[in-house]
Design a protein around this ligand. Structure first.
Ligand SMILES: Cc1cc2nc3c(=O)[nH]c(=O)nc-3n(C[C@H](O)[C@H](O)[C@H](O)COP(=O)(O)O)c2cc1C
Length: 449
């Protein structure tokens, strides 16, 4: 079977996972996690768990990191964003350091490696820079054979062989497979325009360090989004151009690493303002939720403002919602959704929707046409549509469930008999990318006359 035929068949049977995710994926240096543990006087495990719960999914580690800590990060579900190795190619070939780095990448299944190549001496000769380029390129080629992507960042030291656009251009010219960790704060440090640098290096950018600065040459740490780096423009420019790599939070030296991390995550998340079409495209029924990510009551209240905007028959607004957010109520509702139980096991919020009968479709207590309380169900569906779309716009995911035990739900929430119980809606964060469902042809759904 030729490739095209097998591709078409896979799509037809829904076996291809088409990525519909467009939010920034956030990672953090393990060093920051360790610093949180030190400052907060908690274990590294607890610090890592707290960071994960904020919505940080990836981790950036040094290739010298120890096995038990790597395992602990894996057990918490951190994805391998990048590994970092100091390999001093200025001093000469580095067989020991390169072997150690490649061993680490293989053993621990990391694919992106940031190399810090050392510092050049004062008035370094052109020959020395030439040698650094050659040594680095030989390593890049060796790593590429094993599928390892070697990268250099713009480094905030004028003696670095990768200090600014000019020196990076030189390295990239000598090494076609070398890629770039785009550090947003360091372009400011070398006095360059970060947006111009982004355009210039876009095709080589495989990883991003999000760092902010108070002023061009200022080294002080700031939460991302609190300084002069144009965070929103950068993130959106990268995402719109198809960047699907990581955004690594960087604020070494933060006086409160946990507070800085919270603010940075919130600011990065807030950069994602999907278009209406993107909301429609990326809203899918999600049947596996990320247990480490929570949703607060404040967020649910914000979400629920959307349902106030939904249209309804003569503005009757017949829909009611019962929100399970406490562990006890969540556990109870999980047992009332039949075979859906597994699918929504880790959703942090479950919402029951109902509608009051005798409202939509009725005038002075009289049914106005043959649809009767069908209009209540209609308006309930509209309201739920507003809910699930707004949820997606806020970066959440949902599953509407018609499979549920109405009697038990009525008892659990003391829902009046005058209300008809409709769906249970799971609300949370996706743990895996969904499959694209088949959609009917437009002509099967729409007729023009
Ligand atoms: C009223 C209603 C009830 C549904 N009930 C369930 C359900 O009990 N379990 C489930 O896994 N999916 C349920 N779904 C999700 C549908 O299967 C899903 O919307 C459909 O396959 C289209 O996929 P999409 O939502 O990803 O676009 C329900 C959807 C609606 C609108």
């Amino acid at each position: 079977m030729n490739n095209l035929k097998s591709f078409v068949l896979l799509v037809l049977f829904g076996l291809i996972v088409v990525p519909v995710y467009a939010q920034p994926r956030i990672s953090i240096f393990f060093d920051h996690v360790a610093e949180i543990a030190r400052q907060e006087k908690i274990s590294i495990h607890d610090a890592a768990r707290q960071v994960k719960a904020l919505g940080v999914d990836g981790i950036d580690v040094r290739v010298t990191m120890n096995e038990p800590q790597l395992k602990m990060l894996d057990s918490l579900g951190f994805q391998h964003a990048s590994a970092i190795a100091d390999i001093n190619f200025v001093r000469g070939e580095q067989p020991e350091a390169t072997r150690q780095a490649l061993d680490f990448m293989r053993r621990h299944d990391y694919s992106r490696l940031l190399v810090i190549p050392g510092l050049l001496p004062e008035n370094a000769s052109a020959e020395l820079m030439e040698d650094v380029c050659k040594r680095l390129d030989a390593f890049v080629e060796e790593a590429a054979k094993e599928g390892i992507d070697v990268m250099v960042e713009d480094y905030d030291n004028p003696h670095s062989p990768c200090y600014n656009t000019q020196t990076l251009d030189r390295l990239f010219a000598a090494s076609p497979k070398l890629n770039h960790v785009f550090d947003t704060g360091n372009y400011l440090f070398c006095g360059e325009d970060v947006m111009v640098a982004l355009q210039h290096f876009r095709s080589r950018i495989h990883h991003v360090h999000l760092k902010d600065r108070k002023a061009m040459k200022d080294r002080a740490s700031l939460p991302i989004g609190a300084g002069i780096v144009p965070l929103k423009a950068l993130v959106n420019e990268l995402l719109e151009s198809g960047y699907d790599g990581w955004f690594c939070i960087e604020h070494f030296g933060a006086p409160s690493m946990l507070e800085y991390t919270k603010q940075s995550v919130a600011n990065i998340k807030a950069t994602w303002k999907p278009s209406f079409d993107e909301v429609l495209r990326t809203r899918r029924s999600i049947r596996s939720y990320d247990a480490s990510k929570k949703i607060t009551e404040t967020e649910v209240r914000e979400l629920m403002k959307a349902v106030q905007e939904a249209p309804s028959w003569a503005n009757q607004q017949p829909t009611r919602y019962y929100v399970a957010i406490s562990p006890e109520k969540l556990a109870a509702v999980q047992d009332m959704v039949g075979a859906n139980k597994e699918r929504i096991a880790n959703a942090p919020v479950l919402i029951v929707s109902t509608f009051e009968r005798g409202k939509s479709g009725f005038f002075r207590g009289q049914q106005t046409n043959e649809v009767g309380d069908g209009w209540g169900a209609h308006d309930n569906g509209l309201s739920v549509a507003y809910l699930v779309l707004k949820a997606r716009a806020m970066g959440f995911d949902t599953l509407i469930m018609g499979m549920r035990d109405a009697d038990k739900l009525r008892e659990l929430f003391a829902i009046p008999e005058s209300e008809t119980i409709m769906a249970v809606i799971a609300l949370g964060y996706r743990a895996a990318e969904p499959r694209q469902p088949m959609h009917k042809d437009l002509d099967e759904m729409v007729e023009f006359f």
